[in-house]
Design a protein around this ligand. Sequence first.
Ligand SMILES: [Fe+2]
Length: 249
Amino acid sequence: MSAVSPAIAVISDIHSNFEALTAVLDDIRSQEVQQIVCLGDIVGYASSVQSCMRAVRELACPVLLGNHDEAVCLPTPPTGLNDTATAGIVFASARLSESDRAWIMSLPRNLEIEGIDFTHSSLASSFGWPYIISPEDARRHFDNQPSRLAFCGHTHKPMVWWQESPDGQVTQRIGKDVMPLPPSGKVLVNVGAVGQPRDCDPRACYVIYRPDKNNVEFRRVEYDIKRTKKKIIRAKLPKFTAQRLSVGR
Ligand SMILES: [Fe+2]
């Protein structure tokens, strides 16, 4: 009898939202999942910097570097970010320990685990943090995706991208419920965001990949949004950072 491939939970974009993270980790524990992979952006935006760092480090799972994680370790916040992003980065930067900084800077941008590629933003370029929003963005990513299947985050919008052949058309589907993966071609799954969904569904989002069933399940998890919002306001972070959580934008 052949061994059953383990189910993998892929989480991303926690953004210092401890209530969302703990709700997702509880949900993962209720599922038959053998491995967790975190695609980065542990910090930024919300207020629970240390507790999210601690919780993710305690998972002792593969973790990738996100653009906000990198930004908090720079001497000054990168230019070109909007005010809410900058405020979250300055806030997190003041609260991280030297150990957290060293750990963050040791994180890889991309990772291949058992023939699956994982990245925070895109494999299109190792410079900057490209977003995959259009089919053309996805095509540039697929040109650099060595394996059949990859997972990303960064846009905070759950999505499945698929390219049947190297010069073929790119197809896009909104990530929702259980989705069978196409039997051939290259597939990229955007796992959405744990801590700041932007697809108009405020529930925390993550994905379980089940290789034995060749499908992905987009799981949505309710959490105590009111509590997270109160903590953001109490921390004097921008009101918009709190408000957007209620509407998932
Ligand atoms: Fe993010």
